[in-house]
Design a protein. Structure first.
Length: 106
């Protein structure tokens, strides 16, 4: 008889899966790395520094926003982006719980 350490939380695992889908693009990872290096940055600085088209940058930021990976703050005409580290931490935790539970299965 196998005994699971923790019950799988399907809702948390689904959210983690959606977060990972948003992360699994090299350009979005580059954008996140740039935001991380600057802690908070506006979209103009992102696309100018990374030499991207504004529309492509905005499209990828929209995906990251919808997944809850980045937050925005408006100051006048500028929108600043920062990373929601708690969201990423929660995603990693959900995966860890799933992997620990899965190891106990026969």
């Amino acid at each position: 008889m196998s005994k699971a350490k923790t019950k799988i939380d399907n809702d948390k695992l689904q959210i983690a899966s959606e977060t990972l889908r948003a992360l699994c693009h090299p350009l979005r990872m580059a954008i996140l790395e740039f935001i991380d290096q600057n802690q908070e940055i506006n979209v103009n600085k992102i696309y100018n520094t990374l030499q991207l088209e504004q529309s492509i940058t905005s499209q990828h930021l929209r995906i990251l926003r919808q997944a809850g990976i980045v937050d925005t703050e408006r100051e006048g005409k500028f929108i600043y982006y920062n990373i929601d580290y708690k969201k990423i931490e929660d995603t990693l935790h959900a995966i860890d719980v799933f992997m620990d539970t899965d190891e106990d299965e026969p």
